[in-house]
Design a protein around this ligand. Structure first.
Ligand code: WT7
Length: 652
């Protein structure tokens, strides 16, 4: 983010104290900061006791071999038992766990007792398909209850799941199945998206064709659309799951047993399989969901709009809320189907009290108009959350005024796939909020901002966000690549975790997040690496070379802007360029999924490179953002930039 937009951020000076009523009854008060400050590990050991352990841990943290952490190592527990069975045993079996709302308008409410039976059957079915503790299971699903059930069934068996976002291409799916060496894939015929069935099974068929290790594909029937079928390999969910016994004895797994792998983009192309384990992950997702959302399971109706394919869905649809016995909404589709008030209609229908979404969605709703939410009864809401990217103060204020009746507190929660759970966020009953800032590390979390030389910056200055102490839900490694784990996160500032985000401390010492500093772009809350998009472009026969940058974009935080050198005579004239540019955009979407489709593609004659051959993306970003060029002295040939700029009368 540029200094100019930072200045704009800081112009909004209104401050919002917690509502007195909420503060008086808050789950967590200011005392938690003091408690965690005086004994951080003792604090986390207490939070771990919010869970039900088969064997209580006596050790909290083993940090004897940093950066490889072990939390609660001698404890044993079952995550699915904690998320489901224990609530039934405590007498809450009749409480609704999930209000499912399908995009076409079908709905289904599932109680904790029903969820327990469904998870038991699914666990038996996976066992029948040969899934054993430690085996990886890929999950490629729409947003339906079976997705949650499948994840919990995997967790119950101790078979780490690898959920791949349903919007990803067959190729992206294949890479992820292959890297995790999954032998079973759980999918559906399709899901409903934008008013029509959108197929998933064909992508699985294509991906599995390239992954000979896959033995079984378990298919949920959701849309009823035609699917190709391999009798040896494919199994209908309803055929195998429904005939299983509806009780299943959970095994207690070690606290450090792998719970899931979730892939996130890296700067060097190949996606990183972020590994999360059992006890620490559940401790922190459960605690933060309780503390930051002030969840009262008897009365609240919670709704997180994320897709379960992202970490937000893992931590704040599946594990956090269910471990706390929440009643939540699960919605399959898009916010504007069949009309732009669909979300607000759902809030009114279920009386949603806590709502968690992303800035990009809030900005889209702003664009659609204030009158749309105004026609729905949103008076049930008492808490709003934001996640995924910095929320600009305009969007924050709009969210508060138009969704939160100018009264409901907003929690802006900073965290990452790697952190597993929230790290920096206001507490709704404690913090006086500042629009645009995530503000303070949560109790038990140690974060600060450092300069290039790893010195902590004073209040009022900017630098890089680092985490200075291990935390329970931290990633344990990158699947199969300990070296890359060390290099990526722990080498830039030795002894500290480098988050890859720029940040600033304001005069009060509150933290403002300023976006990515590496070559990972942040587009509508999704991390996409420049290298992945470049490789996709270069895989097209007409592209010789490509350089991709994220250009600041008011709607999506960053927009993907690609500079390509075409092969031979391709793109000699402007008219031809247009068709080719469209073809390239479609090509990237096919390779990586529609989110990675570049907003702009600019054919150029040369790319700016250093003597060592490294593309200087910084200069291309200057061009894409319509700025004067920075230092060009390290270029092999500085006239290259003149050529690029000459090609761009309409840049920006
Ligand atoms: C990156 C992590 C956390 C789940 C969704 C994204 C950005 C996330 C915020 C926030 C400013 C934020 C950061 C972070 N980010 N939340 N509240 N304020 N930036 O998970 O895909 O792993 O992306 O999202 O840049 O590093 P992810």
């Amino acid at each position: 983010m540029s200094n100019e937009s930072l200045a704009n951020l800081l112009k909004e000076e209104r401050r919002f104290a917690p509502p007195a009523e909420l503060a008086a009854a808050a789950n967590v008060t200011a005392e938690a900061y003091a408690r965690a400050e005086s004994d951080r590990l003792g604090f986390w050991a207490e939070q771990a006791r919010r869970l039900s352990w088969a064997v209580e841990p006596t050790e909290t943290l083993d940090w004897s071999n940093p950066p490889f952490a072990k939390w609660f190592e001698d404890g044993k527990l079952n995550v699915a038992y904690n998320c489901v069975d224990r609530h039934v045993e405590a007498g809450h079996g009749d409480r609704v766990a999930i209000h499912f709302e399908g995009e076409p308008g079908d709905s289904r409410s599932i109680t904790y007792a029903e969820l327990q039976r469904e998870v038991a059957r699914a666990a038996h079915a996976l066992t029948e398909l040969g899934v054993r503790k430690g085996d990886r299971v890929a999950v490629y699903m729409p947003m339906i209850p079976e997705t949650v059930i499948a994840m919990l069934a995997c967790a119950r068996l101790g078979a780490p799941h690898s959920v791949v976002f349903g919007g990803f291409s067959a190729e992206a799916l294949a890479t992820r199945i292959y890297d995790a060496d999954a032998q079973v894939v759980i999918t559906a015929d399709g899901g409903y998206r934008r008013g029509k069935p959108s197929a998933l099974k064909p992508a699985v068929d294509e991906a599995v064709g390239r992954c000979p290790g896959v033995r079984k594909v378990l298919v949920v029937r959701r849309t009823g659309q035609e699917v190709a079928w391999d009798d040896e390999r494919d199994v209908w969910w309803h055929e195998i799951v429904e005939r299983q016994p509806d009780a299943h004895t959970p095994e207690a797994h070690d606290a450090e047993h792998p719970l899931f792998i979730l892939y996130t983009s890296g700067t060097t192309g190949k996606p990183k399989g972020i590994l999360h384990t059992t006890g620490g992950y559940l401790t922190q997702t459960s605690y933060t969901h309780h503390a930051v959302f002030d969840l009262k399971p008897e009365t609240d109706v919670y709704w997180c709009t994320a897709d379960v394919g992202w970490v937000t869905g893992h931590s704040y649809i599946v594990y956090g809320p269910l471990s706390n016995g929440a009643t939540q909404v699960l919605y399959e589709g898009t916010p504007d189907t069949p009309h732009q008030g669909r979300w607000w209609e759902i809030i009114a229908k279920y009386g949603v009290t806590i709502f968690y979404t992303a800035p990009t969605a809030i900005r889209a709703c702003m664009k659609w108009g204030d009158d749309i939410p105004a026609t729905f009864d949103l008076s049930s809401l008492r808490l709003l959350g934001s996640v995924g990217e910095p929320i600009n103060p305009e969007a924050w204020i709009w969210y508060r005024e138009h969704i939160g009746a100018d009264a409901v507190p907003i929690v802006d929660t900073w965290w990452q796939t790697e952190t597993g759970a929230m790290m920096i966020s206001p507490l709704p009953g404690v913090t006086t909020t500042k629009p645009g800032s995530a503000q303070v590390p949560l109790p038990g979390i140690a974060a600060t901002v450092v300069d290039d030389d790893a010195n902590e910056v004073p209040d009022g200055a900017g630098g890089y966000l680092v985490l200075t102490e291990p935390w329970p839900s931290m990633l344990r490694t990158i699947w199969g690549d300990d070296e890359r784990y060390k290099d990526t996160y722990w080498s830039r500032f030795p002894g500290r975790y480098f988050a890859g985000d720029g940040a600033k401390k304001d005069e009060d010492g509150d933290i403002w997040l300023l976006g990515r500093v590496d070559d990972v772009m942040l587009v509508s809350g999704h991390n996409i690496s420049t290298t992945e998009v470049e490789s996709a472009l270069v895989s097209h026969p007409k592209v010789a070379e490509a350089a991709v940058v994220g250009a600041t974009d008011p709607q999506t935080t960053q927009a993907i802007c690609a500079f390509v050198i075409l092969r031979g005579s391709a793109g000699q004239d402007g008219a031809e360029d247009e068709g080719l540019v469209e073809e390239l955009r479609a090509h990237v979407a096919k390779a990586l999924g529609p989110i990675a489709k570049p907003k702009r593609i600019l054919p150029v004659a040369e790319l700016p490179k250093t003597r060592s051959g490294k593309i200087m993306r910084r200069l291309l970003r200057d061009v894409a953002e319509n700025r004067a060029l920075g230092d060009v002295t390290t270029l092999t040939d500085s006239s290259v930039m003149n050529l690029i700029q000459a090609k761009l009368p309409s840049a920006g």
